[in-house]
Design a binder for this molecule. Structure first.
Ligand SMILES: Cc1cc2nc3c(=O)[nH]c(=O)nc-3n(C[C@H](O)[C@H](O)[C@H](O)COP(=O)(O)OP(=O)(O)OC[C@H]3O[C@@H](n4cnc5c(N)ncnc54)[C@H](O)[C@@H]3O)c2cc1C
Length: 411
């Protein structure tokens, strides 16, 4: 790639912000330009559906680091600015307004866009997407006791929003097309546990429900389903997933499928361009090189570490096994590994205690854990997955021995 003096990062989110920081801290002395279309410096999204929505955290506390640190570290942070074009042959990025910025290496960290409800009424006042701090600021004004909220989509974000809404005294209905919540992300057993918890907290579920139209004149008043059911609503929040933001990658001819495809160094087919975070798909080192696009803080941070190590010519970064978490009421769910394709699940602890772990196996191999209020089980299983070790289900189910001891005995 020749000498690298200028690095441009497009997307000032978790992955982009971490990359800039790691490059500078790793000793890169050239120009770093971080371009982001949002008004704020890079911030964490996870609290948006948790403490920030509840009003317990200010915007300052969401920032990955104080905004002034970028200037102090000689990182050019351009906010409220969209990159609109990549010229690969001349290695330039064009931004809104026409200015062109040259690069020696380019990192795409453009994240993902929330899916809009494909329904009549989706643009009514009172209907919200849930991705940015700006989205949540608008929703939060409406989060008053007694307001009627319909959440469409029972994934982690939808359920976290439902939990906060109940804690704020809203009437909450969750509409989910699948027959159970969390269908894409966990087993029927763990999904059933969360369904019971939410139901106990007063959330109403319409499972297998297909929204047909959002009712209202200027502002939303209800959600009509295809079976004729109508649910009154003052607020509707869509939590129906995201699509990777691959527009620039497509424009400049990079390979995209479900995300921008990269090798294990997060490098695209163009050796001067990397892609990381929610917008990118790469081989998973702990899962036989299977190509996956993950949407998580872990993935954004690991991508930043991998790219920084590669650009700095350092030793390859040793990747952590994938991890994720979700907070609902007083339940802390911690996940490690990837559960897809599991054949057997083993439980340690019982759900009735609201503290248990579900271990997922493919053949004899442990591939993932969902741990609810069980941090030691989460950490132990993560360590096993990361080091390619396993323990038989019967061993992990034996609660008479501490998790730490079991992990130490694993081969
Ligand atoms: C409400 C919510 C809760 C979540 N909870 C969790 C959780 O509990 N645990 C967990 O692990 N993960 C969670 N996530 C997921 C996690 O936040 C994301 O995976 C992570 O933010 C991805 O980082 P990223 O940098 O790839 O993308 P983003 O953080 O989305 O950043 C991408 C940025 O690029 C900008 N951009 C895009 N195109 C351009 C362009 N052309 N020019 C300039 N800027 C551009 C976008 O506006 C955006 O600011 C949550 C996400 C949300 C929305």
């Amino acid at each position: 790639m020749g000498e690298i003096k200028r690095i441009i990062i497009i997307g000032a989110g978790q992955a982009g912000g971490e990359t800039a920081q790691r490059l500078r801290q790793g000793g890169f002395a050239g120009d770093i330009t971080l371009i982001g279309e949002e008004p704020a410096a890079p911030y964490q999204r996870p609290p948006l559906s948790k403490a920030y929505l509840k009003g317990e955290l200010s915007m300052d506390r969401l920032l990955l680091r104080p905004a002034e640190m970028y200037a102090e570290e000689n990182i050019t942070l351009l906010t409220k600015l969209r990159a609109v074009w990549i010229d690969r042959s001349n290695k330039k990025v064009r931004v809104e307004g026409g200015r062109e910025l040259p690069y020696d290496a380019l990192v795409l960290a453009t994240g993902a866009k929330p899916r809009k409800l494909p329904l009549v009424g989706a643009d009514l006042e009172g209907v919200f997407l849930f991705r940015t701090a700006g989205d949540v600021d608008r929703v939060r004004e409406r989060f008053v006791s007694g307001a009627r909220l319909v959440v469409i989509g029972a994934g982690y974000i939808g359920l976290e929003v439902a939990a906060v809404a109940r804690q704020c005294g809203l009437e909450v209905t969750v509409v989910e097309t699948a027959v159970r919540p969390l269908a894409r992300v966990t087993s029927p057993e763990v999904a059933g546990f969360f369904l019971d918890e939410h139901t106990r907290q007063g959330v109403r579920f319409v499972l297998g429900g297909q929204p047909a139209v959002l009712k209202g004149q200027d502002r939303v008043t209800g959600v009509a389903l295809t079976d004729g059911m109508e649910i009154p609503a003052d607020i509707v929040i869509a939590g129906i997933g995201v699509t990777p933001d691959i527009a620039l990658a497509e424009q400049c001819g990079l390979t995209v499928a479900n995300g921008i495809l990269t090798d294990r160094h997060c490098r695209t087919a163009d050796p001067a361009i990397y892609a990381i975070g929610d917008c990118a798909a790469r081989p998973m080192v702990h899962f036989e090189g299977r190509i996956a696009r993950l949407e998580s803080v872990h993935n954004a941070v690991e991508g930043a570490k991998v790219v920084a190590a590669h650009l700095l010519g350092a030793k390859d970064h040793t990747e952590e096994a994938p991890w994720f978490w979700s907070d609902q009421y007083d339940l802390k769910l911690q996940i490690a590994g990837l559960f897809h394709g599991y054949e057997h699940v083993a439980f340690r602890g019982v759900m009735a205690d609201r503290a248990f772990a579900a271990f997922y196996y493919k053949g004899e191999r442990l591939i993932a854990v969902d741990a609810v209020n069980k941090p030691a089980e989460y950490l132990g299983a993560k360590m096993l997955i990361q080091t390619g070790r396993s323990l038989p289900p019967a061993v992990l189910e034996d609660t008479s021995r501490p998790m730490k001891e079991l992990v130490a005995s694993a081969r």
